[in-house]
Write a protein of this length. Structure first.
Length: 56
């Protein structure tokens, strides 16, 4: 699902930019955490079964 991956990575970039622009420390922390979560989701395997029937 490359579209979902691309969306997560784009959102991670957006959240990083928002963290840079944030005026308060709390907002920076929140945007950084969201960016990390989206980055991880964009780099996680989907869990679909492989061709031999095992898990991915």
């Amino acid at each position: 699902m490359p579209l979902i991956r691309r969306n997560h990575l784009a959102r991670a970039r957006f959240e990083r930019k928002m963290a840079e622009l944030s005026a308060t420390n709390m907002a920076r922390i929140i945007h950084t955490e969201l960016a990390d979560l989206h980055w991880a989701a964009g780099h996680t395997r989907t869990g679909r079964p492989s061709a031999d029937g095992g898990s991915a």
